[in-house]
Design a protein around this ligand. Structure first.
Ligand code: S3P
Length: 170
């Protein structure tokens, strides 16, 4: 931690991987600020994420997400939790690689499925899916997204990740 850079730390990973919870804890540990990209977008747009998806569509959301990401990556000494789809656009990933230290919170598929089944966070991509449809959806989407997630600077693979574990790898 002695050589901790000032450039932001970006936490990335699938929905339900604990980015926001761990991000807040890590920021407190480092004495840094914390930005949750989805909350940042909601403030910018004055709409919730589900409202953006239902009123404007996913494509519009992705454009807003890229724009918001560009903004927050300019702030130093911040831990930034980003939505599960944010690093999966090549231009976003390039920017993350250039401007931050990125950490992939790699949680098993089974653990993600359990967490998402019990989560109260509304997630438009999971809307209207049965339990078995959700499981297949998670498996397929995770397989596609890992190509991007695996390019993070640091990969922490565990179903029980703590802020201390992340801090010790920075
Ligand atoms: C999304 C993940 C969500 C949110 C949006 C889309 C995704 O964030 O950005 O619903 O594409 O995986 P979390 O990863 O914090 O759930």
């Amino acid at each position: 931690m002695v050589n901790l850079p000032v450039k932001p730390v970006v936490l990335l990973g699938f929905m339900g991987s604990g980015k926001s919870t761990l991000g807040k804890q890590l920021a407190a540990l480092l004495g840094w600020g914390f930005i949750d990209l989805d909350r940042f977008i909601e403030t910018l747009e004055n709409k919730t994420i589900p409202e953006i998806f239902s009123q404007d569509g996913e494509e519009a959301f992705r454009k807003i997400e890229s724009m918001a990401l560009q903004k927050v990556l300019n702030y130093n000494c911040q831990v930034i939790a980003i939505g599960g789809g944010a690093p999966c656009q090549p231009e976003n990933l390039n920017l993350i690689k250039e401007k931050s230290q990125s950490v992939y919170l790699k949680i098993s598929e089974a653990q993600l499925a359990t967490r998402l089944a019990y989560s109260n966070t509304p997630r438009p991509l999971l809307n209207g899916k049965s339990e078995s449809e959700t499981q297949i959806f998670i498996r397929d989407l995770l397989a596609a997204r890992e190509l991007f997630y695996n390019q993070a600077d640091i990969i922490i693979e565990s179903d029980v990740i703590t802020a201390d574990m992340i801090a010790s790898r920075l």
